[in-house]
Design a protein. Sequence first.
Length: 82
Amino acid sequence: MAMASVRSGLFRAALHGGSRPTAPSKRGFASSSHHDDAYETTKLEKITYLGSATCTVLAIYNLSKGHPHHEEHPAYPYFGSI
């Protein structure tokens, strides 16, 4: 696939009369300014802290609650026969 695109580029350059300096293409979809990256980083850091605090509070709440104790099950007769 990469070789085909290289050949296509070379073929196109040969048809158009050699190599002309081309303007660098503008990145549009995935590019962003550094300000946006810093904003996203601080936003995700705050979300992480909030999530960690929420998980800690829920763990303390769940572990502090009691759990039911059921009666002992009768011993099965085949456990002692081995």
